[in-house]
Design a protein. Structure first.
Length: 381
């Protein structure tokens, strides 16, 4: 029998494999990964430095150990160059392999800033364990770090690095951190909390060019000013990996398009995780992966199961200003109501009927997360 084949060994791929083995102990299972196949928690990458965690310490199991645990065949350091959805085959480093059902758990790539200068290619990003190991090596013996981007990952790294003793400067053309995710009052609390820790913000300007300057870099900004840093980290967002699917004729939009069963436009091909767009939703967070993996595991054994997404608040790992947010759905008009105290900020978004559609909490107000989540509607019921 041809195997169930999963492309990707990140949190989505391995979680699906675990859930699948709970309901099917014997069907052949193959996992293919472009990296070394070690299992680790990707969310730990942005807050592991201050605690002194190396890449080796973050890795929980090797590919061989994972293969044993999951009763599966794992192909590490292999590249899938093509999918033939008609013949049910993939091309793996020039070799053609058959599959019974195929799951794309491809993840997402960091969006690269469009930078000029002779050191533009030296700008780092951290998207996997190998990136993190390189980042730690480059940081050795340095003092000043510039971060491009004030999104979730940029803010988490800023908190982690300043806690670890680095001077951190953050560059963004916007006016506040995490402004796409948070209402203004909570963004301001995030800015102020990290400022008190020592983070320096450069809002209203973008990075234009990176040039070598001694052992470090000069960063030219859009207002013609210049910053100097020993290390430059880009954290301006992620883009779902869709090119492999698109080349195979599978429908893509922002991500690989799937229905509620995680099925793509191709027969017996599914997608989940950061690469997937489920009923129009691209949710690059842990909890959607967990719900998707449980549903898909049942679908793969013939028990067709729709994925259900409850309200899933996102915890932002910035101890300088703890934040929890559950953004209101884009299609629900609502207004933010903000309560500020010395200990925190509570922002509630209510729809036209007065029902809670979303919330954002900062500081000690995060203690209300569970109570407020119970009042929210499901994302996919």
């Amino acid at each position: 029998m041809n195997p169930i084949t999963i492309i990707g060994s990140g949190l989505a791929g391995y979680t699906l494999a675990r859930e699948f083995r709970k309901v099917d102990k014997d069907t052949p299972l193959v996992i293919i990964t472009a990296d070394d196949g070690r299992f680790y928690s990707k969310p730990m990458l942005s807050n592991a430095f201050a605690s002194g965690k190396t890449a080796e310490q973050l890795a929980m199991n090797s590919a061989e150990q994972m293969g044993t645990q999951l009763n599966s065949t794992i192909f590490p350091n292999k590249h899938v160059s093509a999918i033939d959805t008609t013949q049910h085959t993939i091309v793996l480093d020039g070799e053609t392999l058959q599959y019974f059902k195929l799951v794309l758990a491809l993840g997402a790539d960091p969006i690269r800033a469009e930078l000029k200068g002779d050191a533009a290619e030296q700008v780092l990003s951290v998207n996997d364990l190998q990136d993190y190991a390189r980042f730690r090596r480059v940081l050795t013996g340095t003092k000043n770090v510039a971060i491009i981007g004030t999104g979730l990952i940029g803010c988490e790294f800023a908190n982690d690095l300043v806690t670890g003793g680095y001077h951190v400067e953050v560059i963004d053309p916007g006016t506040l951190p995490l402004r796409r995710l948070l209402p203004q009052a909570v963004s301001e609390a995030m800015r102020d909390g990290l400022s008190k820790m020592g983070v320096t913000w450069h809002f209203g300007k973008g990075a234009v060019a990176i040039n070598r300057a001694g052992q470090g870099y000069d960063i030219e900004l859009s207002d013609s000013s210049t910053l100097h840093a020993d290390v430059v980290l880009s954290a301006i967002g992620l883009r779902p990996r869709t090119s492999l699917a698109q080349a195979a004729g599978i429908k893509v939009n922002r991500g690989i398009v799937t229905d509620r069963m995680l099925k793509t436009s191709a027969e017996n091909v599914y997608a989940l995780g950061d690469c997937a767009e489920v009923e129009g939703l691209v949710l690059p967070f842990v909890m959607p992966i967990m719900h998707a993996a449980r549903a898909l595991a049942k679908t793969l054994i013939g028990q067709t199961t729709q994925v259900m997404y409850p309200a899933m608040p996102v915890v932002i790992k910035t101890p300088a200003c703890p934040v929890v947010v559950s953004p209101p759905p884009a299609n629900i008009p609502c207004e933010w109501q903000v309560t500020r105290t010395e200990e925190g900020v509570k922002a509630l978004c209510q729809d036209t009927a007065g029902k809670l559609a979303g919330f954002a909490l900062a500081g000690k107000a995060t203690a209300e997360k569970t109570a407020l989540t119970s009042q929210l509607p499901s994302l996919l019921a």
